[in-house]
Ligand binder design. Structure first.
Ligand code: ADP
Ligand code: MG
Length: 475
């Protein structure tokens, strides 16, 4: 059969435009635009996505719709398959299948906004003073892009190139040390360099809170408000800090409305999804999530290695690939820990004028590994958090009951214990009422499977992990 017979590319384009009209803008940007055409085969359309995570999500959510639209359009029974096409992790430029589709999304997004939104009115072409809170070393070209961060990176870059036009407001969320501050400040630096007539204000939510309280004490609230009202681009880092701060939230709400109505660009970061924040007024949550929400995930091994290599560039250090791989494999928490490990080894090597061998790296990084897994976290506290969540008693989790309402929480608690502590499956089994290590292994596998196939389960478990960790901190 000649290859051309099976060219489903035009049909795919039609499917995309039909789906776009039914999906929300955010769903389109977050999922649909990250799927791109790869290949046509005998009655088969192969689509490319940038990561396993996206593959799992789009195959459960959209595959059957895509398939039935294709069947209708082609009059044939066409099956759809997804392949994962990775973005080169060391690349900071906009290349590769996924990013192409992201770029496409930016363009279409811009177009779709063209008629309804006008860019923020340009103030007179006058250079504004640089914001002293923006650190010059946070630049887009020092940010190493991987699958975990490509989307957030592209959205940030699009904002920096066209502030106030598309993606407004933007919320970047993700765990500690994953590059939120780096990205939000890169936006600030880029705009300061390329559109210096725009007034940029960067603050952490903590700085905002302190300034606000101080302005009340000194009766300078009008000056405080004026500073924020004058911003063309407002960048607020770590908004989780606003939890339980009702009057600062109220102030933030007004600042938001003022700027948003004037088409000024707003960017926020948060260490968790907004719906997991507590004691934040719904109307403010609603403002934060009104535009685009992008997440930063922990980097995979390849990306960690690319980051390490990049951090070594320009530094007078000779660390072998073997050692870099060792760090990349073992320090798997976040970029901040990766950097800290590297800095420690470089300092050691410079101080003693010694080349870093694998043995030295192992010895020196011992303490860092215990940061990535937490030995001081007790299994009991995990059990308590999980039991609370499912409204059962810790005794049930450790006990012999095999009813459905107890088995799943028990398996989740085992999974969390295995994931965030250093205990072996045997030790965990012992803590769970003397169960066998194979039971623990089986539970871990089952929960892993559920996390992969169900985003809601995955979110709940992330939430439980955070609760377990903060439960420990409170002790
Ligand atoms: P967060 O604000 O999410 O806690 P940061 O932005 O402070 O994290 O990042 C922690 C450190 O890791 C910073 O020094 C930052 O420059 C670096 N970093 C994070 N992500 C990357 C990345 N993708 N490429 C290069 N450096 C990164
Ligand atoms: Mg930060």
């Amino acid at each position: 059969m000649p290859q051309e017979k099976w060219n489903y590319n035009p049909f795919w384009d039609e499917v995309v435009s039909r789906m776009q009209s039914t999906l929300s803008e955010q769903e389109s940007i977050t999922w649909l635009n990250r799927i791109s055409y790869a290949e046509s085969k005998d009655h088969k359309l192969i689509l490319a996505v940038p990561s396993l995570f996206i593959r799992d999500y789009v195959s459960t959510q959209y595959k059957s719709t895509i398939q039935s639209m294709l069947n209708e359009l082609t009059g044939e029974q066409v099956t759809v398959d997804f392949i994962v096409k990775k973005v080169a992790p060391s690349s900071t430029s906009v290349t590769g299948g996924h990013v192409d589709s992201s770029e496409k999304s930016q363009d279409s997004n811009r177009n779709s906004h063209a008629s309804t939104k006008t860019p923020a009115p340009m103030p007179k072409a006058q250079k504004r003073p640089r914001d002293p809170n923006i650190n010059n070393s946070y630049q887009f070209d020092t940010f190493v892009v991987g699958d975990n961060s490509a989307f957030a990176y592209n959205v940030s870059m699009a904002i920096a190139k066209n502030p106030g036009v598309s993606y407004n407001p933007c919320l970047i969320y993700g765990g500690v040390g994953l590059g939120k501050t780096h990205l939000i400040q890169s936006i600030g630096n880029y705009i300061q360099d390329n559109t210096p007539e725009l007034q940029i204000v960067y603050v952490t939510a903590e700085m905002f809170t302190n300034e606000f309280i101080q302005s009340i004490g000194e009766e300078k609230t009008p000056q405080f408000r004026n500073k924020y009202r004058k911003a063309d681009v407002l960048l607020i880092d770590d908004i989780h800090f606003l939890q339980k701060k009702a009057s600062t939230q109220e102030e933030m709400f007004h600042v938001f409305n003022n700027l948003f109505e004037a088409n000024k660009q707003l960017v926020f970061t948060c260490d968790r999804p907004i719906n997991e924040l507590q004691d934040i007024a719904d109307r403010l949550k609603n403002r934060f999530t009104r535009g685009i929400n992008v997440d930063l995930q922990p980097p995979d091994f390849e990306t960690r290695l690319a980051i390490l290599r990049r951090k070594c560039e320009g530094k007078a250090c000779h660390i072998s690939s073997e050692v870099l791989e060792y760090i990349g494999k073992n320090v798997n928490t976040n970029v901040r820990d990766l950097e800290a490990s590297l800095t420690k080894l470089i300092a050691y090597s410079n101080l003693l004028n010694k080349e870093i061998t694998l043995d030295i790296a192992r010895e020196q990084l011992k303490s860092t590994y215990s940061m990535s897994k937490d030995q001081s976290m007790s299994i009991d506290s995990i059990i308590r958090v999980v039991a609370d969540y499912f409204n059962i008693s810790p005794y049930d989790i450790k006990g012999k009951k095999r009813t459905k309402s107890v088995v799943l929480p028990r398996q989740i608690a085992m999974y969390i214990s295995r994931t965030i502590t250093d205990f072996s499956t045997t030790e965990i089994g012992y803590e769970f009422g003397g169960r066998d290590h194979t039971t623990v292994m089986h539970s871990v596998q089952r929960v892993e499977g559920m996390i992969q196939s169900d985003i809601a389960v995955s979110n709940s478990i992330q939430n439980l992990i955070r609760q377990a960790q903060s439960f420990k901190r409170e002790k």
